[in-house]
Design a protein around this ligand. Structure first.
Ligand code: GLU
Length: 464
């Protein structure tokens, strides 16, 4: 049974990198009919916040990455970690170390001055036949893991290939602080072990932790999971993805008008591929997903491609769903939606041309507000020679059949009569009705409005 976990630290938002890790863990479990576990690594009490926990849960819910087990909170498992540390102390795989932070600093200074790599000198490490110093009074010891000194730690990383680290490179890691609280790497180990994790899929910023974690797992007699370290995501500019690149949180993509299926589809292709396939459902992705087709090189974020996918999914989306998504956006702008023109009809006409939900809201908003087109924009498009055609059109609007083909025939008759080209009349109509020169086909646009609103808005063109 495959078991994966997503183990975010709730110290900030669920960002794009975290969401991709969660997606890959989830899809891998889905592919093999396994379990996907959510574990909140909240032991850094100074930096963890309940808002960040909520942000992670909201973000995963929005994306539809539902855990099969959890969320488990590490803070609720403290007693268990301490129990394992006590067992390790009893078994001799961990030991008390009374070296004070000041002594450690002095040791490091001295090593650095001799050009050596700073490390703990092993003074309190028990060795066969070695007499340990007497514990000094008044010093609360930390607990260190008794790391093997010889040999190498090896794992076949499922993304990066074989990785070998000499044990001589690894210090005896502190696993409990002087107040006996367990440290980060130790909690991860106990959890991966007890949660029966078979595949640790995580960002490659954790590669350095892996040899330490493997050694502790082995000391515990635990089965060592397989590891897959995902390369980082670079921004559009090739720099490490960061707040500078705009969207810091997955929920910001929601705010900006992306659909979750577009974000998921986009994330799936960030470092993984299935031939040239670009557009696919999550069901398809889960059926395809494996770790063999993850690239070990960094993936580069491409906002244009994300927008293209979002445009695609907006076109595919049900009108009723889009209405439900656009309504709150209009409400947030203080726009009151009236029955006519119908929001659904507006969306149906505009959904082919937008790449974000907010653009649908922008388009719909002008139908419902007291619109005053910018006089300069109007002057650019309404030429004096078009005024008689506009007047004829307004006269015709009063009794033309209220549907696009009849309106189109009326426009053609008006330009024909005055010997004008289509844009001479169509452009000012667009600007007068929507404030914008870019709209869908003008006859279909006009048919969306109630007749009296068209008359009211076009009247503004006659006096200008
Ligand atoms: N809590 C770690 C983080 O948020 C992840 C730990 C892991 O996946 O092993 O970066």
């Amino acid at each position: 049974m495959i078991r994966t976990r997503f183990a975010p630290s709730p110290t900030g938002f669920l960002h794009i990198g975290g969401a991709r890790t969660a997606l890959f863990c989830w899809a891998f479990a889905r592919h093999y009919g396994g379990k996907f576990i959510l574990r909140i690594e909240d032991t850094d009490v100074a930096r963890s916040t309940p808002e960040a926990v909520q942000g992670i849960i909201d973000g995963m819910k929005w994306l539809g990455l539902t855990p099969d087990e959890g969320p488990f909170y590490q803070m609720q498992r403290m007693e268990r970690y301490k129990e394992v540390i006590r067992q390790m102390l009893a078994a001799g795989t961990a030991y008390y170390c009374y070296t004070t932070p000041e002594e450690l600093e002095g040791m490091r200074e001295e090593q650095r001055s001799r050009g050596l790599k700073p490390r703990y000198d092993g003074a309190w490490r028990p060795e066969p036949g070695k007499a340990l110093p007497t514990p000094p009074a008044g010093v609360q010891p930390v607990v260190r893991f008794r790391n093997p000194t010889a040999g190498v730690v090896v794992w076949d990383d499922l993304v990066k290939g074989r990785i070998e680290i000499a044990n001589a490179e690894l210090d005896d890691l502190v696993i409990a602080r002087a107040d006996f609280t367990p440290t980060y790497n130790f909690c991860v180990v106990v959890d991966d072990w007890e949660m029966g994790i078979t595949h640790v899929i995580r960002g490659d910023d954790h590669v350095n932790n892996t040899p330490r974690q493997i050694n502790i797992l082995q000391a515990l007699g635990a089965q060592v999971p397989l590891y897959a370290h995902l390369s980082m995501i670079l921004g559009d500019d090739g720099q490490k993805l960061s707040k500078r690149h705009g969207a810091v949180s997955v929920m910001q993509y929601d705010d900006e008008g992306y659909l979750p299926e577009a974000v998921l589809n986009y994330l799936a292709r960030l470092g993984w591929s299935h031939g040239d396939d670009e557009v696919f459902s999550m069901a398809q992705f889960c059926a395809w997903f494996d770790l063999d087709h993850i690239t070990p090189s960094a993936a580069q974020f491409n906002t244009e491609k994300l927008n293209w996918l979002n445009a695609y999914y907006i076109k595919q989306a049900d009108n009723a769903r889009l209405v439900a998504l656009v309504q709150p956006r209009l409400a947030a702008r203080g726009v009151t939606i009236t029955a006519t023109p119908s929001l659904e009809a507006i969306i149906s006409l505009y959904k082919e041309r937008v790449s974000k939900l907010n653009e649908l809201a922008d388009a719909a908003e002008v139908f419902y507000i007291d619109l005053r087109p910018n006089p300069e924009v109007l002057a650019q498009h309404l030429m004096p020679e078009a005024l008689p055609a506009l007047a004829d059109f307004i006269a015709g609007v009063k009794d033309v059949a209220w549907e696009a083909p009849a309106i189109s025939a009326l426009i053609k008759a008006c330009i024909g009569k005055h010997g004008l080209k289509m844009p001479k009349l169509a452009m000012p109509l667009r600007v007068l009705l929507t404030g914008q020169a870019q709209t869908p086909s003008v006859d279909a646009l006009i048919a969306l409005f109630p007749r009296d609103l068209v008359l009211k808005r076009l009247a503004a063109g006659q006096v200008s």
